[in-house]
Design a protein. Sequence first.
Length: 413
Amino acid sequence: MSATSTAGEGFVAAPLGIARPPPYYGPHDALATGTDLAPLVWRGQILTVVTLGLYRFWYKTDLRRWYWRNTVIGGTTLEYRGSAKELFVGFLFALAIMVPLYLVSAYVGLFLGENVAAVAQALFGAAFVFLVQYGAFRSRRYRLTRTVWRGIRFDQTGSAAMFALKSMGWMVLTLLSAGILFPLMRRALERHRVVNTRFGSASGAFDVRVAPLMKRWLLLVVPMVVLLGGGGIQAALAADGLSGSNEQIAAVAVAILMVVLGVLWPLLLWPAYRAAEFRLFTSGTSIGPVRFASSFQTRRLYGLFGKVIGLSVVAAIAVLLVLAALVPAVFTAFSAGAPSFGMILIPVVLYLSGFTLFAVLKELVFKQGFWRHAVETLGIENLAAVDGIIGSSVSPESATGEGLADALDFGGV
């Protein structure tokens, strides 16, 4: 739709004099369809556990195909053309890199001096961080080159190595600033990803002011630092002398309370920050003449977190109750000197069951809920301009494109 179009049923023209209009949304720009994800998730998660993780390449591919084909943009669904075989080959390729690095690090730690081992471990840690960021960039490139809309393939240009180096530099700056620069790091890395995004002949652009995000981040991080720092100082002062007086006990209690609040504060405010970041980053993204906007609701993200936590607690209690009911029988069998394989297997089965149940809840409740709300609150301006974008011939990324990401198990849907 154009800036003056009313076809989006709610898109309003920008007043004169405003260079960048506030986001307005056409309710039919993007739709999230599909209600049959549960059988796929249950089957995929159980088979992944039974095959000791081998099936996850097929499970991840099935998940992506489901999400892609149920995401409707301008009346046309996305299409995912990746394959499980490509993910598996990429995984093997990544192991050929990671295993030698790990073996060298272990050898240095065992047979060389402590000083050399410390330097080697630091280098290995830096190499690991580099590979994580390298793999994340390649993973995104893989997913984009396997994504097609209206017959046109997405792409991502740019160097994965440069992205990894930029990420590491920003991590160092963020650590030196005690976390204050975190929003700047997030914006810089997202800009690097978006400006290297291509859709046919159209290029991505990213324009986000960091001030609104920084305000929310300082509200999260400053009280946390004050509470944790104050609690640590209070505990050190209270421990001086260890007299055991009532005043000292009260001081220790205050220190503990400050530390607990310092830990809980960022956990409570993190969803609000992430929702604001998602809205700002989405609304600052454009591809060619097409601009995006988001009205993602903070309360919806809190609701998703609450549902997952609540259901996980219920599931954990159920697993513990079953385990507690079986403990007397297990104890009796072991006391009689005749432990059976079945008794030994019970805790393992319960653990795997709990792990599977949590993974299913995370996918069906949180990830699906986030995806559905994100799509349904997405606004697209000037969508009709897509008709003028000529699809360039973008060849698929190689099968190793997501290898590092998958080997390190952070390749997201």
